[in-house]
Design a protein around this ligand. Sequence first.
Ligand SMILES: Cc1cc2nc3c(=O)[nH]c(=O)nc-3n(C[C@H](O)[C@H](O)[C@H](O)COP(=O)(O)OP(=O)(O)OC[C@H]3O[C@@H](n4cnc5c(N)ncnc54)[C@H](O)[C@@H]3O)c2cc1C
Length: 307
Amino acid sequence: MNTGTIYDVIIVGGSYAGLSAAMALGRSLRKVIIIDSGLPCNRQTPHSHNFITQDGKTPKEISELALDQVLNYDTVTSIKDLALRATEINGSFKIETASGSEYSGRKLIFATGIKDLMPAIKGFSDCWGITAIHCPYCHGYEFKHQRTGIMANGERGFHLASLVKNLTDELTIFTNGNNDFIDVQTLQLKSNNIQVNDKKIIELVHKKGTIQKVVFDEGSSQNLDALYASIPFEQHCPIPQQLGCELDDMGYLSVDPFQQTSLKGVFACGDSTTRLRSVANSVNSGNIAGAMANKELAEEEFLIPTL
Ligand SMILES: Cc1cc2nc3c(=O)[nH]c(=O)nc-3n(C[C@H](O)[C@H](O)[C@H](O)COP(=O)(O)OP(=O)(O)OC[C@H]3O[C@@H](n4cnc5c(N)ncnc54)[C@H](O)[C@@H]3O)c2cc1C
């Protein structure tokens, strides 16, 4: 189905970044459609922290309030659907969705986030966002002074260790099979009373996502309350790459400081563009993307006098 409407901006992804972009655009009287498939990365976490005014709310409470406020602007529409393809036609864009709909827009904003790739450890995905956590700022306070692990290695593990050490003295790094720390790092970890365990983890024993212990391949185990994990990811949505948007060498969409991708008329914001992963940061970059898409439209429409 093609509605025939030409939107000023199509936003793909309607979580924190996408809704923030939509608010800037709605307040600028832009005709916007948000297409969202409803799978934000933090959906399993019971409480979201470190976003001022919304500390401790569920992820859904925050996004529902945001959607409610965004839809107060009557030029903004939101639909639940999965964007499948995008085509550029003479500087405008067409999006086709899983339900068979087509939408045309002058600008595109991708706020599609990233997908965390779960390691092959029994129980890990059940604990993700509950006691298997990614960020000390989002969840560290809730596990202060508790038995804490960090499943990471090398520079990343070392960096996390220095942050988490401030929150608990009961800290072990699990390198999960191989140890990439250089000698000076090993010494520094030891001086800070941080254990390094090289055994391969095969299971997180848990009750409804609350970790009880990590189990190693040779049969031993260690009791634990929380496990920070640095795990790989992929772009949640492949469309920006299919359109020709460049990725950086870490796998994020390349954007300039104004959230412009490498493709004219296409902006991106939120987790898909940065390793600084938080609700606050996604709202910030979404706000910039919305404003910049509006700026481009405004400049294109601003009449040149005929002399
Ligand atoms: C487990 C966990 C817990 C976290 N806890 C916190 C916390 O406590 N505090 C904090 O500040 N941050 C937290 N974060 C980080 C925070 O959740 C992210 O930074 C934030 O959700 C990113 O927002 P986003 O809008 O970029 O992407 P997301 O929230 O991931 O949303 C992307 C949206 O795009 C949609 N989408 C993707 N592809 C398509 C497509 N093709 N068509 C239509 N829709 C599509 C998805 O369905 C989704 O709704 C947590 C992250 C994780 C993984």
